[in-house]
Each structure stands twice: as C-alpha cells, then as structure tokens.
Design a protein around this ligand. Structure first.
Ligand code: A2P
Length: 278
C-alpha cells in the first residue's frame, strides 16, 4: 500500500476513490465494491454529493473491515458555523452508517465576496471540527478550496488543518496555495485530477501517455502523486476504476513532469473560491 502521512501521523492511502457526481444508488455501492476489490482503501464523499447513504452501504458491504478503510466527508456551505457544523457532522455520520470519520473537511471557505465576517464564520466551523477531532470521532481535520488568505487564521488555532483538497490537474496547479500548504505541513489533495474528463483528449498528454504505454488518466494521476498531491479520481466504470489505481508501476521522467507543469489552463472548472456564489 502507498500512503501519505498527515501532520498528526495518521496514514492516508495515496489514491482516493472520488464520488462527486456519483448517484445515491446501487451504481455507487457497486463502484465502491469494485474500487476496494482492486486495492483502493480511501473513499472521498461530501454531504452535498447526496450519496453518503450509498457510500456507507458500499463501505459496509465491500468485505474489508472498516478499520482498513479511510473515509472522508465534508461540511457543506449552508452548515457553516459552530452549531450547524456539529449537527451536519451527526447527519453525515448517520447517513454513512459509521461511528467515526477518518477525515472531515470544510468544503468551501466563507469568502469576503459574500460575508463581511467570513473569517469568523470559518473559525466557528473550525471550532466545531476541532472539538469533534479531540473527541476522537474524526481522525483528521482539514479544509477544501482554501487559499492562503483563508487558511492563515486557522493556522493560529490549537489544531491546524492537516489537509487542503483543491482543484488540481494539468494546466491548473494553484502553485501559491500548494506552496503555502507544503511549508505548513498541510497535505494537498487534488479534486478532478482528470479535469472531470477534460484532460483526456489533450494531444500533448496523449503523446506522453503513449510513450509510457499508459492512459492519459494514469499520467494525470501519476503526475499528481509525483507532486505529492493526493489524487481523487472519480469513476463508476469498473475498468476505469482499476485503470486509475494502476499507477504505481511507472515513473514520469523529469522532462515530462516539466512539460505537463508548463501547460496552460485548458480544462479548469472556473470555480474560484473567492467568487463562487454558493
Ligand atoms: P465515469 O464515472 O462515467 O467512468 P475527475 O476525476 O477528474 O472528476 O473525472 C471524472 C470523469 O472522468 C467521469 O466522467 C469519469 O466517468 C471519467 N473517467 C474517470 N476515469 C476515467 C478513465 N480512466 N478513462 C476515461 N474516463 C474516465
């Protein structure tokens, strides 16, 4: 197994199974079973994905003990603040059918664009996360889509974020945020490592992939790993689920890493945490 180690020594399996846009249905239950059977031990969901019940069913039916799995969920924007975060956590836990969560994240920062007291809101959410962490019901806590200016005040608190999950794929590397996280011992996770599929027909990536006899998806995932970014590819298709985990038997050479690093943004989501309207 390949792992990253968080600031509190918790080990996190190095490729996670993403479930954004996976439905709350047997499709997701089957996807998790397929993922676990080919080696994934890390599943990423969020309350807003609306699939926590199916994710929980997949976890309980996959045949691997709960203690060997790593499950992440996230508190949604409408549940920000101390009280609401505590309640949102209980709901996620109950929908997942679990008695602890491995990693719980603030899904998006409250931003200045929408809230005068954005920083206080984020600190209130963080206070609830901190309490849940200290009670042992969450093994690690962190954030998602936070830029350095959103993170700074959280870095002054008793328990610092251990993870920041951000959009990360070729052409969209958020280097300032990644650098900030690296220097503060925050693991970066990458959502949409395939650009929600938009990377897959890129001629430059196709050429690099062919030279390793790998797919573009595998190159994108490997490129994340070699940047010490934990990729979270999403698929509900068994062959793709397996393909996306078969990334530990090759190494991208520096010249190819550099080529990919230099790519212009061609498949970004356009979602800027400072300006999103949700
Ligand atoms: P599907 O779930 O129907 O298999 P991202 O992880 O960047 O958000 O990308 C997810 C999208 O990419 C989904 O539409 C998924 O489709 C598709 N996808 C995932 N893995 C692969 C793969 N190995 N080859 C082609 N498409 C893939």
């Amino acid at each position: 197994m390949h792992f990253f180690t968080l600031g509190n020594s918790v080990k996190i399996p190095a490729v996670g199974y993403g479930t954004w846009q996976s439905p709350d249905s047997q499709i997701t239950v089957n996807g998790i079973k397929a993922a676990v059977s080919c080696g994934y031990r890390h599943i990423d969901t969020a309350s807003i994905y609306g699939n926590e019940i199916s994710v929980g069913q997949g976890v309980s039916e996959c045949g691997v003990p709960r203690s060997e799995l790593f499950v992440t969920s996230k508190v949604w924007n409408s549940d920000r603040g101390y009280e609401k975060t505590l309640a949102a956590f209980e709901k996620s836990l109950s929908d997942l059918g679990l008695d602890y969560i491995d990693l719980y994240l603030i899904h998006w920062p409250a931003s200045e664009h929408r809230f005068e007291n954005w920083n206080e809101i984020n600190l209130g959410t963080w206070k609830a996360m901190t309490e849940l962490y200290k009670s042992g019901r969450i093994k690690a806590i962190g954030v998602s889509n936070f830029k350095p200016h959103h993170l700074r005040s959280l870095m002054e608190t008793e328990i610092k974020p251990m993870v920041n999950q951000i959009e990360f794929h070729p052409g969209f590397t958020q280097s300032e945020t990644v650098e900030f996280c690296r220097s503060n011992n925050i693991l970066v996770e990458g959502w949409s490592p395939l650009g929600t599929g938009r990377m897959l027909n890129n001629p430059e990536l196709m050429k690099i992939a062919a030279s390793y006899k790998k797919s573009v998806a595998q190159v994108c995932i490997r490129w994340c790993l070699q940047h010490n970014v934990l990729p979270l590819p999403k698929s509900v298709t068994p062959a793709r689920i397996a393909e996306n985990f078969s990334v530990f038997d090759f190494n991208l050479e520096k010249a190819d890493m550099d080529l990919i690093d230099a790519m212009e943004n061609f498949g970004g989501s356009g979602l800027d945490p400072d300006y999103v309207d949700f």
